[in-house]
Design a binder for this molecule. Structure first.
Ligand SMILES: [Zn+2]
Ligand SMILES: [Zn+2]
Length: 168
């Protein structure tokens, strides 16, 4: 999905979208709305939001689980030539610290933009639930689901090694 800058009228542009991004942790559709306003000097102000389901494997118990996500984003697009005229600082002031992008192509790649936003908002340390019990380190049982009878010595061993260290 591409939006051509030249097609954006003075009155602005707004559309709903539904598309898929090629990310394995976001297999379903990404839905949302995007709107673009035209400002002076070929500058455009883009804002939007997207909703999607993110799928992750829990770091502790390895179970796949999904999270509903909503991301909001806004950018200012300025033509590349503006970069050489030192407009960036002024633009950032004018647009209240929004991210300023410089465009050299005459289109916005909406899918690329969404992928970037999704990656920025990806949960880097997914845990399926608060207090996930994880897997038994001995037999691999998912301790959220059932108990096993393994005796875990690991922690004690570590402690005794620590004690030895302190003795020295
Ligand atoms: Zn878990
Ligand atoms: Zn076990």
């Amino acid at each position: 999905m591409k939006i051509l800058f030249k097609n954006i009228l003075e009155s602005g542009f707004s559309c709903d979208f539904e598309l898929t991004v090629d990310e394995s942790h976001v297999p379903g559709p990404v839905r949302g709305v995007i709107s673009i306003q035209r400002a002076a000097n070929d500058t455009f102000y883009l804002s939007g939001s997207a909703r999607y389901i993110e799928e992750n494997d829990c770091n502790f118990c390895l179970t796949r689980f999904s999270t509903e996500k909503t991301v909001q984003f806004s950018f200012v697009y300025m033509p590349l030539e503006a970069m050489n005229n030192n407009v960036e600082e002024n633009a950032e002031l004018a647009f209240d610290d929004l991210d300023v992008c410089f465009y050299k192509k005459e289109e916005i790649d909406v899918k690329g933009l969404l992928r970037e936003q999704i990656l920025l908002n990806t949960n880097m340390y997914p845990v399926c639930r608060q207090g996930c019990q994880g897997l038994c380190t001995v037999c691999g049982t998912n301790l959220n689901v059932e108990k096993c009878s393994c005796v875990k010595l690991e922690v004690d061993e570590r402690f005794s090694k620590l004690k030895e260290l302190f003795k020295k």
